[in-house]
Design a protein around this ligand. Structure first.
Ligand SMILES: [Zn+2]
Length: 190
């Protein structure tokens, strides 16, 4: 599949972040399994693959957001500059924020990676209590040099966009590359 000449589908299939790809007319050409899980968990069972494939993404988004995203995505297609965006996507019971990274795919369209954005209030004292989720046994946490997501320690690799780590680099941080950035920026290996 020519769309993925920059990135292997296996990496996308295994990534717990919701990832989709758009062609240059902003139609969905790919969604990963995390997309399906998110759709089912949020009452959008009709959006489970393969139903959305080939459909315009913006048809699933209400105005005025659809116009906002259309402008932003068209800009990435035009400039070939990645775009990062923080947004809220809460369900009635859960408040959630996500970090969206939109990557141009060498003229073939866009790859969109949505990772959980972990935050703490601006006015609270520094609270590293969530560190247990990110520090390895050796006390090091690993942040991706490109998208600045932090690797969550656990059986499955999750990379979250931890807002306070990005604002202020925590001690004992090692820089690495998350699987999707590794594939995207270094398709031939590092
Ligand atoms: Zn990354």
């Amino acid at each position: 599949m020519i769309l993925f000449d920059q990135i292997s589908v296996v990496v996308l299939e295994n990534d717990p972040s919701v990832i989709f790809a758009l062609d240059s007319s902003l139609r969905l050409v790919y969604c990963n399994p995390a997309w399906d899980r998110f759709a089912v968990a949020n009452g959008g069972a009709a959006l489970v693959r393969p139903a959305p494939i080939g459909k315009p993404l913006l048809g699933f988004i209400k105005e005025p957001l659809a116009a906002y995203y259309e402008t932003a995505y068209q800009e990435v297609l035009r400039t070939l500059e990645p775009w990062r965006h923080l947004y809220e996507c809460s369900s009635p019971s859960t408040f959630r924020r996500f970090a969206m990274q939109v990557l141009p795919m060498k003229g073939h369209g866009l790859l969109v990676v949505n990772s959980l954005c972990v935050e703490r209030p601006h006015d609270s004292a520094p609270d590293w209590s969530c560190e247990a989720a990110y520090r390895r046994d050796d006390g090091i946490l690993v942040m991706c040099s490109h998208c600045r997501r932090t690797r969550r320690v656990g059986a499955l690799e999750h990379w979250d966009w931890v807002a306070h780590y990005v604002r202020e680099l925590p001690p004992r941080t090692s820089h690495g590359l998350c699987p999707s950035c590794l594939e995207y920026y270094y398709p031939d290996g590092v």
